[in-house]
Design a protein around this ligand. Structure first.
Ligand code: PMP
Length: 282
């Protein structure tokens, strides 16, 4: 693969970052993942906007303009011949002698690489649905900032695998926050329920689009916390993320949700999302 590091396109084996990088030592960095369909970027503007917000929240400098960032994404798609896949972008505060206090005038580190995922939009899980378990949400309190501090979500994914499931939905004060790397939704009749925005969840780029499409399709959207019991009694459940789009959830803690098969509302939203976003891709 050809990757991008601090202004250069290099073979992945030649790309280097300092061992003193604060991303490595303190998880002092933010990231974005943008999907590629038909060789084009899905919702690039949404990701660029959230990136800037994450950087601002952490008083971190942005080493690139949005136009430059778009150029880098497109060049990596071209150099790596990506038809379907993902582009990972990470910006850290940069390298400095180890100290909890931020260094003065740090030079940010920026890294991008591609992951080819042929069949990304044809994921068979869209037909079978996924299984989730519920676990306690033990992450920090600023989940609205997309930091590279992903150890607890990683542990959650492993807990799910150990239980024979595909992912974990995290629970705080009896209410579902989100999945390990996705936003969580339940469906009751024609109503879609998903947690409201705040510091407790990541403000998903896919979530924005899906809720807009749901409202346009005359579905009712309730942005509020829901409980695990509500989820288990729902007609349907699903997740959204840039890499999974809209994916049905058919089982929670070993019990089927609704019919135990992917639901109609979920299937419709997935279809609308993929159609519309492919059309708008750049
Ligand atoms: N929540 C969390 C915790 C995530 O990590 C992600 C994906 N990175 C999402 C939600 C979904 O966000 P998006 O739709 O922007 O991919």
């Amino acid at each position: 693969r050809t990757v991008y590091v601090n202004g250069e396109y290099l073979p992945e084996t030649e790309a280097k970052v300092s061992i003193f990088d604060r991303g490595f030592l303190f998880a002092d960095g933010v990231y974005e993942v943008t999907s590629v369909l038909d060789g084009k970027l899905i919702d690039f503007a949404g990701h660029a906007k959230r990136l800037q917000r994450s950087l601002d929240e952490l008083q971190m400098a942005n080493p690139v303009t949005e136009d430059e960032l778009l150029g880098i994404h497109r060049e990596l798609v071209r150099l790596n011949d990506i038809d379907e896949g993902l582009i990972y972008l990470q910006i850290t505060r940069g390298a400095a002698d180890r100290d909890f206090a931020f260094p003065k005038d740090p030079v940010p580190t920026i890294v991008l690489f591609t992951q080819a995922k042929p069949g990304l939009a044809q994921n068979p899980m869209a037909k079978t649905g996924m299984k989730v378990i519920s676990i306690e949400d033990q992450r920090w309190g600023r989940r609205d900032i997309k930091t590279v501090q992903l150890l607890y979500p990683s542990l959650g994914k492993m807990m799910a695998k150990a239980a024979g499931a595909d992912d974990a939905w995290m629970v705080e004060d009896g209410h579902v926050t989100e999945g390990t790397s996705n936003n969580a939704y339940i469906v009751k009749g024609n109503t879609i329920i998903t947690r409201h925005l705040g510091t407790e969840i990541l403000h998903g780029i896919t979530r924005v689009a899906v809720l807009r499409f749901a409202r346009e399709a005359q579905m009712t959207v309730e942005e509020r916390p829901f409980t695990v019991d509500e989820a288990k009694a729902a007609d349907e459940a699903f997740i959204t993320s840039a890499s999974s789009f809209v994916m049905p959830v058919v089982e929670m803690d070993g019990a089927p949700i609704g019919t135990g098969k992917p639901g109609h509302v979920t299937a419709r939203l997935r279809e609308i999302y993929l159609d519309e976003m492919r059309r708008a891709a750049i």
